[in-house]
Design a binder for this molecule. Structure first.
Ligand SMILES: [Zn+2]
Length: 107
């Protein structure tokens, strides 16, 4: 391993190989930024969710049901399916596989 600062030996630090003007290739280190949270059903980017470290969960995620997991639309669908199944108007098998997982969580 080349001589590098201990903090740059971590695999959470990304290595970018940069070719300099003199033709030499040097390594630049970049801290990988966290990915934005996406809805687990439709894949939409979740609003109001930030991944800042060192702050309380209540500061990172809204307090709605399935916050940080599902978008508001998909969470609403789950609540509807849940009550329809409870009332016997719908069978859980009629919901999609992804939805079933969350309906079961509500019980
Ligand atoms: Zn969604």
């Amino acid at each position: 391993m080349l001589m590098m600062l201990p903090r740059n030996r971590s695999r959470s630090v990304k290595r970018v190989f940069v070719r300099t003007q003199s033709g030499r290739t040097t390594i630049h280190f970049k801290k990988e930024r966290p990915h934005r949270a996406h809805c687990r059903i439709c894949g939409a980017v979740l609003g109001g969710v930030n991944s800042v470290r060192g702050v309380a969960k209540s500061e990172k995620v809204p307090t709605r049901i399935f916050a940080g997991q599902l978008c508001a639309g998909c969470a609403g669908e789950i609540v509807k399916i849940r009550s329809r199944v409870a009332l016997g108007e719908m069978k859980i098998e009629e919901a999609s596989l992804a939805q079933r997982e969350f309906v079961k969580m509500m019980k």
